[in-house]
Design a protein around this ligand. Structure first.
Ligand SMILES: Cc1cc2nc3c(=O)[nH]c(=O)nc-3n(C[C@H](O)[C@H](O)[C@H](O)COP(=O)(O)OP(=O)(O)OC[C@H]3O[C@@H](n4cnc5c(N)ncnc54)[C@H](O)[C@@H]3O)c2cc1C
Length: 498
């Protein structure tokens, strides 16, 4: 065994750019056969992806680190550009592999692609093995007693928590690769993608992911429950981009959380039950774990109902008279609505490729409820800008905000001013992303249009000149939304175009 002349196993990397606890790589390495660590720059997909160039630079950083790590194992990355089927045909011709190994992806596009590639290998009598890797429990593992998918989060999470969770596999010590020539790793420029995100929040690969995770475990987690809703502080893990490209293993994250939980239980049994720090940390671990379960819930929803990518989960909303108001949509995209929290969120997104979760909910509610704009336009804009873009979570988040999705409360309408007063009381977050509001006194920061003219002059912010007045009246917009909602229920609706 372990001979370079043996037929190799192709390990196809996709959304799993790491060597630590990588299910497919681990299993391939255990066979002792030579391995071809393959990554394909899918030219068909790249042409259709709306993503900002910063997403491709982020991917390139992760690939460079993967390449370095593979070299430390004695291996090398084979990167090829082209149509996925053509590349695999080439691989089969050139290397006559004994098997194809890859980690499963549950998005509709990926499922179709993988089915096609699997059939190609099988038709040449080459073994195909796929593995669970990006989630702890797969969509088909968490089903109701009748074997149906859950469409409400709480019972899903209750069922999820009763099932056994896999532990990490580990990292191969050494791999053998055959001889091959790889193409260079392309960044955004080489792929013809313009970079508009000036200060990307995520960079690098598994090294950065591990560093951030370690920092969060020791410094961020304890305050997560209290801090996770405050956009002005670094109060959440910011692991979403790393989870999206798989530069960290979710199994490892879960194991670390379980370990932290054990430490808390030990501290309790030593009589520290009343210690508020320990209590906070315990409930923070529970809260954070449940966010990872939300990720799996939306993955399952998309897997079981792939039509939600383009359609309302609740089909009665197909008749919703969404407005098409391009001017308002542009103001929302550019952060010029006159609602400071909404504008700060959109500017954070445009500048960094990430937005705080609380603010994602507010901007999505504003677009769909205040502007009554179709959620699909918002989801598409997020696809263009988010560096952590994940079809399942994005679709789930948008349909939740628009009340068209699973687990809905139809008349949930966020008041952007009240949200700002509650979660950014001094306006620190608003000032960070809207420089024209920097000197606005705290009492006007959530409604700058209410500043008297003299205060506007003192703050260097003239409404209508430096910063817009609100583009809608929230109260009447909410009333209009509610009215449409009732009409929809009665079945008498009209489509409004502006
Ligand atoms: C309209 C809208 C669009 C969204 N689009 C995306 C997206 O494209 N990609 C994405 O990863 N998340 C998305 N989310 C969910 C959430 O906003 C982000 O996961 C979170 O802000 C990422 O920051 P974090 O890693 O610091 O989160 P933390 O609070 O630290 O959470 C840890 C991890 O749990 C997962 N998670 C947390 N909240 C959710 C959630 N509501 N749904 C699914 N997974 C969750 C993420 O993987 C996250 O990294 C969206 C939410 C909304 C309301």
């Amino acid at each position: 065994m372990n001979s370079e002349n043996e037929r190799p196993i192709v390990v196809w990397f996709r959304r799993d750019l790491r060597i630590d606890d990588h299910a497919a790589l681990w299993h391939a390495s255990r066979t002792g056969a030579p391995i071809i660590p393959l990554f394909i720059i899918d030219s068909e997909l790249i042409a259709t992806l709306p993503s900002d160039g910063a997403a491709f630079d982020f991917q390139a950083g992760a690939l460079r680190e993967l390449e370095d790590k593979l070299r430390l194992l004695g291996g090398k990355l084979l990167l090829l550009r082209g149509m996925v089927v053509d590349v695999h045909e080439r691989i089969i011709r050139q290397f006559q592999p004994s098997a194809l190994y890859f980690n499963r992806d549950y998005e509709p596009y990926a499922l179709q692609r993988d089915e096609r590639i699997g059939s190609l290998y099988r038709s040449r009598e080459i073994d195909v093995r796929t593995f669970k890797d990006s989630v702890l429990l797969e969509p088909d593992e968490v089903l109701t007693g009748e074997g149906k998918p859950y469409v409400v989060f709480t019972p899903y999470a209750n069922a999820w928590r009763k099932l056994p969770i896999p532990v990490p596999f580990g990292t191969p010590r050494r791999i053998v690769v055959p001889r091959f020539a790889s193409e260079a790793i392309p960044g955004a420029r080489e792929l013809g993608k313009a970079v508009r995100i000036a200060e990307p929040i995520f960079r690098g690969g598994s090294g950065e992911a591990k560093k951030r995770w370690k920092w969060f475990l020791s410094h961020g987690l304890a305050g997560y429950e209290q801090g996770r809703d405050l956009p002005s502080i670094d109060g959440t893990s910011r692991m979403s981009g790393y989870l999206r490209f798989g530069t960290i293993s979710v199994r490892k994250m879960w194991e670390d959380l379980a370990q932290a939980k054990c430490e808390m239980t030990d501290a309790n049994s030593r009589g520290h039950r009343t210690n508020p720090t320990i209590r906070n940390r315990q409930s923070a671990i529970e809260k954070f774990s449940s966010e990872l379960i939300w990720r799996e819930f939306y993955t399952a929803v998309l897997f079981h109902f792939p039509r939600v990518v383009e359609s309302n989960y609740r089909q009665e909303f197909d008749a919703m008279p969404w407005r098409i108001n391009r001017k308002a949509l542009d103001a929302w995209k550019e952060g010029r609505t006159g609602f400071p929290l909404v504008d700060a969120g959109m500017r954070q997104l445009n500048r960094t490729g990430w937005m705080h979760n609380r603010v994602r909910m507010v901007v999505a509610s504003f677009l769909t409820k205040d502007l009554m704009h179709d959620w699909r336009a918002g989801a598409r804009y997020f696809e263009e800008k988010l560096l952590d873009i994940d079809t399942a979570a994005n679709n789930g988040g948008w349909q939740w905000a628009a009340s068209t999705g699973v687990d809905p409360k139809p008349l949930r309408i966020f008041n952007p001013r009240l949200q700002a007063e509650r979660y950014d009381p001094q306006g620190d977050y608003i000032r960070q992303y809207i420089p024209e509001l920097r000197d606005v006194p705290a009492r006007y920061i959530h409604a700058p249009h209410e500043m008297p003219p003299l205060v506007q002059e003192e703050a260097g912010c003239i409404i209508g000149k430096h910063y817009p007045a609100p583009i809608v009246d929230h109260r009447s917009a909410s009333a209009a939304y509610k009215e449409q909602f009732m009409k929809l229920k009665r079945g008498s609706v009209t489509r409004v175009e502006e």
